[in-house]
Design a protein around this ligand. Structure first.
Ligand SMILES: C[S@@+](CC[C@H](N)C(=O)[O-])C[C@H]1O[C@@H](n2cnc3c(N)ncnc32)[C@H](O)[C@@H]1O
Length: 442
């Protein structure tokens, strides 16, 4: 159903009457489908499934050449899918670890070159492992442990694992091929949780003193082998012209979503999913990688750059969306601080959507995947607000898709009072069993 004539007044009705479109649920998708190519290199909260992105490409991109953008690229599902088809891919993420993951996943590596490099790396690992006495072998391969984060590292890791991880980190630091080094760092980053006492499958930074952390030598080897298979499959998929010169097709930045480094009127399709207000603190969630890879001087300052965190407020900006203003007013009666956070989130998103409008070609589409939430008994209608914001930014509202998120890929449940993600048993409210794709046409 098309919505080109939808006016702001009708929006709430359109959304409330929207049936679920089964075609967009991908209920039959197997884990091996969603984890294909490089997509499973690194865990990432609220990651897209590639099938969703590919279906949007099928609907909206028709020539061999196209330019795709994702302002909140996260672990890079959109950009990987774009590269797999030979499209130009641009995107930003403020999270430095997200940028590293996305950049590595989107770059196909020559499998023979990788085989050689990994062979050498595994040989060095085997030497460390044979010595068994990791403390002794530490003399040759001095553990590389970022000193300024040492206290945090001790908080999460045993002494033995700090030495072993430090040695692996040292071996990686000696790799001179920058692309291979980043590839190894992504593998390293993804094993950190299993090698620590971070409570398994928890999105909150919680220690589990009963957990038996994995041996880093074993974990990194398994991870690299898995990534090697993923790269081979991806390499086979990516068109020859992209393989020859991936830099010409990739424009990824550590940057704010409100500022895409691409010219106006140059992009055919934006596919993205934004953060949610007061849900994940991405900076906290990735702290093991951030401290080991030494990606931030000051975690508290770093957090303030993220959209949807509880660190923001604006004094002098006005929300264009009437629905957004109503939500903020309802929250004002329950909790003033949360009302300010929601307002700041919608103001930031207004700027991001405006930026999508600027960079799109005439006729290009912006597809925002978003679910609604309930905080302190107030319905936070993110999807309706995004759709209304699209209209105020100049978009035509082209289409709204309501999709069910099959339970196997439903990330977590939310606590209805705080809105934070919680373990299923702790929460009294489902996170977003349904979500929307709001599609605007320039
Ligand atoms: C829902 S996730 C995106 C997941 C992505 N679709 C994927 O498949 O991995 C939202 C992302 O927004 C990023 N983010 C938060 N604030 C940002 C900002 N100001 N600028 C750019 N990215 C930001 C977060 O770091 C996070 O990676």
């Amino acid at each position: 159903m098309q919505h080109s004539s939808v006016r702001q007044n009708d929006l709430l009705t359109v959304f409330s009457q929207k049936p679920i479109d089964e075609e967009w649920s991908f209920a039959d998708c197997k884990p091996s489908d969603t984890a294909k190519w490089t997509h499973a290199y690194h865990r990432y909260p609220a990651k897209f499934i590639p099938q969703l992105v590919e279906k949007l490409f099928d609907e909206y991109l028709h020539g061999p050449m196209a330019s795709v953008n994702d302002p909140f690229m996260g672990s890079g599902t959109t950009v990987v899918s774009a590269i797999s088809r030979g499209y130009y891919a641009s995107g930003t993420d403020i999270n430095r670890i997200a940028f590293l993951i996305a950049a590595v996943k989107a770059r196909p590596l020559d499998p023979q070159h990788l085989e050689k490099k990994l062979g050498y790396f595994f040989d060095q690992l085997a030497i460390l492992d044979q010595e068994k006495n990791y403390a002794l072998s530490g003399r040759d391969v001095e553990p590389l442990v970022p000193e300024r984060h040492f206290e945090r590292i001790k908080y999460w890791f045993s002494e033995e694992n700090i030495i072993k991880l430090g040695q692996i980190h040292r071996l990686i630091s000696r790799e001179e091929d920058h692309t291979i080094k980043n590839y190894l760092l992504v593998a390293f980053s993804n094993v950190l949780k299993n090698c620590s006492i971070w409570l398994k499958s928890s999105t909150k930074p919680t220690r589990d003193f009963k957990k038996k952390p994995e041996d880093p030598y074993v974990a990194i080897k398994r991870q690299l082998k898995k990534m090697q298979r993923g790269n081979a499959a991806f390499y086979a998929q990516v068109p020859e012209m992209v393989r020859r010169n991936p830099d010409a097709f990739l424009n990824l930045k550590i940057d704010d979503a409100r500022q895409q480094r691409v010219p106006g009127d140059s992009v055919d399709l934006v596919v993205t999913s934004s953060p949610y207000v007061t849900s994940y603190e991405y900076a906290d969630l990735h702290q093991l990688s951030t401290i080991w890879l030494d990606l931030a001087n000051d975690l508290t300052e770093y957090k303030k750059e993220f959209i949807g965190t509880s660190f923001k407020k604006y004094e002098d900006r006005r929300l264009d969306s009437r629905i957004a203003r109503d939500i903020v007013a309802s929250m004002q009666e329950k909790n003033r601080k949360m009302a300010r956070e929601i307002e700041a989130f919608f103001i930031d998103m207004q700027d991001v959507i405006g930026e999508s409008y600027r960079i799109l070609k005439k006729g290009g589409r912006a597809c925002y995947v978003i679910g609604n939430t309930r905080l302190r008994e107030v319905d936070v209608l993110n999807a309706e607000v995004f759709a209304e914001t699209m209209l105020s930014c100049g978009f035509e509202l082209d289409r709204i898709i309501k999709r069910q998120i099959p339970s196997k890929i439903l990330p977590q449940t939310r606590d209805a009072r705080t809105g934070k993600f919680a373990k299923t048993s702790d929460a009294d409210n489902h996170a977003y069993p349904c979500e929307y794709i709001a599609i605007g046409k320039k």
